[in-house]
Design a binder for this molecule. Sequence first.
Ligand SMILES: Cc1ncc(COP(=O)(O)O)c(C=O)c1O
Length: 376
Amino acid sequence: MNIYLDYAATTPVDPRVSKAMFYWQENHFGNPSSLHRAGQRSKIKLEESRDLIATELGCLSKEIVFTSGGTESNNLAIIGACLGNRNKGNHIITTSVEHPSVLKAFEYLEQLGFEKTIIKCDQNGSPDLQALQEAISDSTVLVSMMYVNNETGIILPIQKVSEICRNKNIIFHCDAVQAFGKIEIKTNNLFDLLSFSGHKIYGPKGIGGLFVRDGIALETRSYGGGQEANKRPGTENLIGIVGLAKALELMSTRQNEFDTVNRLKKLFEETLLSRIENCFITGSESDRSPYISGISFTGTDNQSLLLNLDMQGIGASVGSACSSGSIKQSHVLQGMQLAENLVNSAIRFSFGRFTTEEEIKRSVEIIEKVVKKLRS
Ligand SMILES: Cc1ncc(COP(=O)(O)O)c(C=O)c1O
């Protein structure tokens, strides 16, 4: 029996999403930019999908830009807004626990002459807001902070940081990839830029989007036929967009799923803690999303843990997925200043729509055996 506990890396596509995409692929192939009937049919579907996402986020349809996913959205948001607002300053701020697509965008901007401040987080995963406020200067142009951390599930203080940015007239970007659809998000006056992705909510990979508040100057990262209001030109990935919109529509019952996953995560964590000595839940004191559980089993190393769990049919992960498939110790846990033995023995388990109680109980038994073996 295979038990998939890696929903934060990606989710299986919901069969209802596949069906919607398949129907569209089989029946309508027109380019939304074509003026004939087939094109216009696609254009209508494209705009309906955009409207659905805008309604979910409580924003205008024209504020949604489709991209290839969270990575591209983060790059477009951060680099695009900084270059588009260069006249306002060259200082940018983020935290030590962000996704590489944010941290690497910051590094790139640094090469272009921007100055960056990376705010440290404490052992509960909370960024030092005092340090953030002190770091702000007249030249600060953008702050980027994620909504839910992808390795620990910790929810960051988005509201407070948004207020700080509003008071100082600083652009606020939020990487909401792990929150979108799962937690109700309204852009209201909170965000200027917000990234999301389809494959974390049972949609297809390679599709996502960016909320860009009307009036925020954004320099495009690519040049072409002017689609997506010139912010992200290129023929739209309509099949992916149909899938993303359908996946989001299915998340309208999110509270049920949230409650079930929360119950399963509690069961998982409580039974693990009661059966295995010296295991530690990252951010156990913090407000966390129920979808993710980061756990360290001291006295083991996470590479062996992962391989042994995989041999026993459990799919989990360590740190962020790396294209080389190799393990790199988590910059997130290091960014929370956790001790080395906690970092090196940390595994991420993540849950979702198709996780069952039986899988949770079975996986706890397997994890207990594997940890015992590795510690002996
Ligand atoms: C917090 C966060 N940001 C960004 C991304 C990147 O999203 P995508 O895989 O759609 O490029 C991920 C994916 O793991 C993520 O968890």
